[in-house]
Ligand binder design. Structure first.
Ligand SMILES: Cc1cc2nc3c(=O)[nH]c(=O)nc-3n(C[C@H](O)[C@H](O)[C@H](O)COP(=O)(O)O)c2cc1C
Length: 356
């Protein structure tokens, strides 16, 4: 009796209640079932943050204020013309609406005094020049729906940037690339997630070069929503890693941490709500391969966190409200003879579905 009281004194009310409930199987099972459902419902509140993000940041008609949104819409619009310029089949009139939109956006760019040497601005001008030339050379705009409008704009914007001339011939793989030891198949086969790094610093030039390569990844309408935050400062790195649950046992050995983000403001409305993640995944993969090709090792670190941790990350890094975190990435030189898990892949027969 004495022992029973002593145990009870150390138990919280909740524990006592649970203990009591567990003696009634029907009540106990109902309690467990309700608890599971509550947990499931509670986890759905995580979506609230996505909803708020989409509401705040993903609606161009109201939000075309930031430079990022201007850049994104400009890319989006002139990409429609770029695509029109390469379509197969007989040449047809196209691009009237996007051409007008591009001119409006370029005028806004001028008014805002944004840099005139920016590749997006220059690329848009090149596209308009190519469009004008196509309309003229093929006499596609017989009723002058847009040609003179484009012409008069270009008279005041005569800059040409041959390097950005569009369209251009697809470069085919030459034998040098095919014979390179880092041929793609090999690169893909040898990359593995590494969880043990030397303390050797990761050269900035390599990071810059590989981020440049990652920028060549495809993105929806070429809007390029990704950004890479590189953290090497120990205090910030440790604070970020403390928020993440997948680096136990090796976080301390990570010399450089990248936080890869994608900006939802680059997307026109909530119908595109998944695009930041799709583009972010493609970008991250290219970055990983580019780093592997330079002899560096990586390990993706999931950002599957509760909203409060996401807020905590934003207190450490200067993310825009519209940026979503795609993943964290450990980057460094692997320890000599480092071991990695085998991580077998499923049979390709379970992945490739040939539909006849
Ligand atoms: C989005 C994503 C998140 C990941 N998060 C973690 C993580 O938090 N911790 C970790 O040790 N590995 C993480 N990984 C690595 C995977 O475990 C690893 O890619 C997978 O097991 C396949 O192994 P491999 O990369 O060596 O081929 C992550 C991978 C991806 C793509």
């Amino acid at each position: 009796m004495k022992l029973y009281t002593a145990v009870n004194q150390n138990m919280t009310m909740r524990q006592i209640l649970k203990k009591k409930l567990s003696t009634f199987p029907i009540v106990w099972n109902t309690y467990q079932a309700v608890k599971v459902q509550f947990k499931r419902l509670w986890l759905l509140t995580y979506f609230l943050r996505d909803i708020i993000n989409a509401y705040r940041n993903m609606y161009w008609p109201l939000h075309l204020k930031s430079n990022l949104q201007l850049t994104s819409e400009l890319l989006f619009q002139f990409h429609k013309i770029e695509k029109g310029l390469v379509m197969p089949g007989p040449r047809r009139f196209f691009g009237q609406e996007p051409a007008r939109a591009v001119i409006n956006l370029l005028n806004t760019w001028d008014l805002k005094g944004l840099p005139l040497g920016d590749p997006v601005y220059l690329g848009a001008l090149e596209t308009l020049h190519a469009y004008k030339e196509r309309l003229q050379s093929e006499s596609l705009d017989k009723n002058d729906k847009v040609l003179s409008y484009v012409q008069s704009f270009l008279i005041n914007h005569p800059t040409r940037t041959r390097l950005l001339a569009t369209p251009h011939q697809l470069v085919s793989m030459n034998s040098d690339i095919a014979n390179n030891p880092h041929h793609f198949d090999e690169l893909v086969s040898i990359r593995r997630s590494v969880r043990s790094f030397t303390s050797m610093e990761v050269p900035r030039e390599i990071i810059k070069h590989t981020v440049g390569l990652a920028q060549l990844s495809p993105s929806a309408c070429n809007r390029q929503p990704c950004r890479v935050y590189l953290i090497t400062d120990d205090i910030k790195k440790n604070a970020l890693l403390a928020l993440q649950n997948g680096n136990n046992g090796f976080g301390h050995s990570i010399p450089a941490l990248a936080v890869i983000t994608s900006d939802s403001a680059a997307f026109f409305d909530a119908s595109e709500r998944h695009e930041p993640y799709v583009d972010g995944g493609l970008f991250s993969m290219t970055l990983m391969y580019a780093l592997s090709a330079q002899g560096l090792a990586t390990c993706c670190l999931n950002w599957c966190v509760s909203p409060d941790k996401d807020v905590a990350l934003r207190n450490i890094l200067p993310l825009a409200d519209s940026e979503v975190v795609i993943m964290l990435m450990a980057i460094g030189y692997p320890e000599t003879d480092v071991l990695v898990p085998r991580s077998p892949r499923k049979s390709t027969d379970n992945v490739l579905v040939e539909v006849f």
